[in-house]
Design a protein around this ligand. Structure first.
Ligand code: ADP
Ligand code: MG
Length: 462
């Protein structure tokens, strides 16, 4: 079409360059308003002008899609005011190398773009781990306040380094920072392990340039479990450079670790000194009061999401808070288990029931592994473990497999992806499906219910 038009229209050349792009832009600003204009339209350039149409340049594919889906008609209308003959606009993506297309917009929309199979495929902020759900107590108050402060005064304390033992809320807290800032910043959230994985993948695929560029685009860079870089020289080198360039451009850096910077053995001194150059705070072991408050909050959440009361008397809750370990992840695991038992019994638990459950938990907390669940379940159904884990879908294998996944979810504190991995690398959605299927069956299939209960006590027994 265009070709033909160019050839046949002899006046084409004369009619070019009628548009005064500056005044077109001025009109955009007036008719779209400053906000839309500066977010989306300001950087549109005029690449080429023909009699009946124009080619406009935009920075990224994302911009193009956004603009065409929302503003194209109106832009055309505006252009017509300047040049009546225009009846079509074409957008061309300019500037960015192919690999980085639609990585980020420069506006408040869609700061985090998740693209499969690219360096971006890591950026998973968990919406549940937010500030509202974070219960504050003596042991985590300073970390909590620092996290909040960071959100209000970006790059004043840089980096923010939060350390503490396992299951005390580090990931929760830095995830909450990410959530808080993601609408107004380019937030990147990644575990050190994942960072390494991407790093190695990029080396293999010869994509180091886009790897570097990508991570250096962040205005807020959050990295979880930095202790993972210990002893890994190449990774430390890359991290050091990433850190420096982010730091130089005043991006906020937030780091979590299981120990303070100076205790990070087998980490280069220059990195340690960088890590401790901002604000270093720790999350301590929770006291009784904090544990109690966390449980109370959980109960409220339970009521909200299941529209039913978990049937736990105050003295039970007090008991759990008092008598459990100081790892919050474990505390929540125990709480979930107590609730599961109370639901099964359909009557409020007594302290004695609770003691028995906790005894089970403590006898087995350290040893309940997914392996154990798999072994006991496959034995129970007299099938081979490898068959149970295989991809075969026949009912006699699939059912036990689903039950094992269900029990893994209920009796361990492993995440869905972790459970999936343990089941021959299945996807976490498969695990969700299994859990739902079994939960449904438990309601009306007495055979399954009996089996699951038996299995549960077998697993908890020794
Ligand atoms: P860490 O990263 O330090 O190992 P996490 O952040 O993963 O620990 O926390 C473990 C579990 O405990 C998560 O489910 C988290 O939501 C919960 N948790 C930790 N601290 C708190 C808190 N102060 N309030 C509510 N939940 C918490
Ligand atoms: Mg963590």
């Amino acid at each position: 079409m265009e070709q033909k038009f160019l050839k046949t229209n002899k006046n084409n050349f004369l009619e070019e360059s009628v548009l005064n792009w500056e005044s077109v832009q001025d009109n955009f600003k007036k008719s779209f308003g400053t906000e839309i204009y500066s977010s989306w339209l300001k950087n549109i350039s005029l690449i080429k002008e023909y009699n009946h149409y124009v080619i406009l340049g935009v920075q990224t594919r994302f911009f193009r899609d956004w603009i065409t889906s929302r503003y194209a008609d109106k832009i055309l209308g505006e252009l017509k005011k300047h040049k009546m003959s225009i009846n079509r606009i074409e957008f061309k993506i300019e500037g960015e190398p192919v690999d980085n297309r639609s990585v980020f917009s420069n506006t408040s929309e869609n700061k985090i773009t998740d693209i499969k199979d690219s360096v971006l495929n890591y950026n998973r902020l968990n919406p549940d781990l937010n500030f509202d759900n974070f219960v504050v107590g003596r042991s985590n108050k300073i970390s909590f306040l620092s996290a909040k402060k960071i959100c209000n005064e970006l790059s004043r304390y840089n980096p923010l380094f939060i350390y503490g033992g396992v299951g005390l809320g580090k990931t929760h807290l830095i995830n909450a920072i990410g959530l808080e800032l993601k609408d107004t910043n380019n937030v990147m959230f990644i575990s050190a392990e994942r960072f390494m994985y991407q790093f190695i993948k990029s080396i293999k695929k010869n994509e180091m340039v886009s790897f570097k560029e990508f991570f250096r685009k962040a205005s807020v860079f959050i990295i979880d479990d930095i202790q993972f870089i210990r002893g890994k020289e190449g990774l430390q080198e890359e991290f050091f450079h990433t850190f420096n360039s982010l730091f130089d451009k005043k991006a906020q850096i937030i780091i979590s670790s299981d120990r303070p910077p100076n205790k990070l053995d087998r980490v280069q001194d220059r990195i340690k000194s960088r890590l401790s150059g901002g604000l270093v705070v720790d999350i301590g072991v929770p006291d009784y009061e904090l544990k109690l408050n966390i449980l109370k909050k959980r109960i409220i959440q339970f009521q909200k999401s299941f529209k039913e009361n978990p049937n736990l008397e105050d003295d039970i809750v007090n008991y759990i808070a008092k008598d459990t370990s100081s790892n919050i992840r474990e505390l929540i695991g125990i709480f979930n288990r107590v609730i599961a038992f109370s639901k099964m019994n359909k009557k409020p638990l007594t302290i004695n029931d609770c003691k028995l459950i906790l005894k089970d938990v403590y006898n087995s907390a350290k040893v309940i592994s997914i392996d154990k669940i798999q072994n006991i379940t496959s034995n129970f159904y007299s099938i081979n473990l490898s068959e149970m884990l295989s991809q075969r879908r026949s009912r006699p294998l699939a059912r036990p497999r689903q039950i094992a996944m269900y029990l893994a979810k209920k009796l361990t504190t492993r995440s869905l992806p972790e459970i999936g991995r343990k089941f021959a690398n299945r996807d976490h959605t498969t695990v969700i499906h299994a859990v739902k299927t079994i939960e449904k069956l438990l309601q009306n299939n007495t055979e399954i219910k009996k089996n699951v209960e038996e299995l549960r006590s077998l697993i908890l027994k020794d």
